[in-house]
Design a protein around this ligand. Structure first.
Ligand SMILES: [Zn+2]
Length: 269
């Protein structure tokens, strides 16, 4: 099992094999290929909160929505703040389709069981954790940078789906999206220690500089999901490094903050 890159005109979308086969949802992670944005956001910047032109970002969103087959006005956007807040989008949710971020929810995870309510989160270096429960027909997206990974946002998202929808971790299929990889994600001792305490030494590699470590966010999230009760065979990790793959992805660290965002999108059909 591995993630597939699907080309559509100049654009390219990433899909996870394990989510694709479930049938009750549509999903993708956008890439920077194609799109309307100019440098340094060049390509398909989906970031609502970047300094890119709003017109370009809107056109990029329209292109992705068209590709996925939904109305942009039905989508619910989140603005990630590196916390562990989870937005539940249910029938009582009153926020009508958001328009370029003015009313985006400041949450790091978003869950729903509503059909035709695409949920959208944004990434550049942080991993998306995409959860699909085919039994209760529910989905969730978590934003797991190093802070979210240490705060166990993936596990908390599955637990929130349990409370809201009756989802069981053992039924869930989960994909971990592109992020800065163990090749490139260097941290200091204090951050490294947080990871080894939670996920063991296997998620750390010594960096060249003394006192610095390289962290494997993919493996840390995989271990976390397994600890949460997700079956090993139901976890798919894209293993694509946003820092290395400048042809496909924005990277906050590589581009020193002046960069765009990929969007992770899930919609129950
Ligand atoms: Zn890398």
């Amino acid at each position: 099992m591995s993630a597939q890159i699907e080309k559509k005109g100049k654009e390219a979308y990433l899909r996870f094999s394990n989510l694709e086969k479930l049938g009750f949802l549509k999903h993708c992670v956008t890439t920077r290929a194609g799109g309307f944005s100019k440098a340094p956001f060049d390509g398909m910047n989906m970031g609502l909160f970047t300094e890119d032109s709003r017109e370009s970002v809107l056109m990029n969103h329209k292109r992705a929505a068209e590709h996925m087959g939904f109305q942009l006005s039905d989508a619910v956007f989140t603005n990630q703040v590196h916390g562990d807040g989870i937005a539940l989008i249910d029938e009582g949710f009153t926020g009508e389709g958001f328009w370029l971020g003015e009313r985006a929810l400041e949450k790091d995870a978003i869950i729903t069981r509503l059909p035709a309510r695409p949920i959208v989160a944004f990434f550049a270096d942080c991993a998306g954790v995409f959860v699909a429960d085919p039994v209760q027909k529910a989905v969730g997206i978590a934003h797991a940078g190093w802070k979210g990974t240490v705060k166990e946002i993936g596990r908390k998202t599955i637990e929130a789906m349990g409370e809201a929808f009756g989802s069981k971790a053992s039924d869930c299929h989960v994909a971990v999206g592109p992020s800065i990889g163990p090749c490139c994600f260097e941290v200091q001792e204090d951050v490294a220690r947080l990871f080894s305490q939670l996920y063991g030494e296997s998620v750390l590699h010594r960096a060249e500089k003394p006192g610095r470590w390289k962290v494997d966010l993919w493996e840390a999230n995989r271990i976390q999901l397994e600890q949460a009760g997700v079956k090993v065979e139901n976890i798919e990790v894209a293993r694509l490094c946003t820092f290395c793959r400048d042809d496909l992805f924005y990277s906050h660290r590589r581009d020193k903050g002046k960069t765009g965002r990929m969007a992770g999108i899930m919609e129950i059909i």
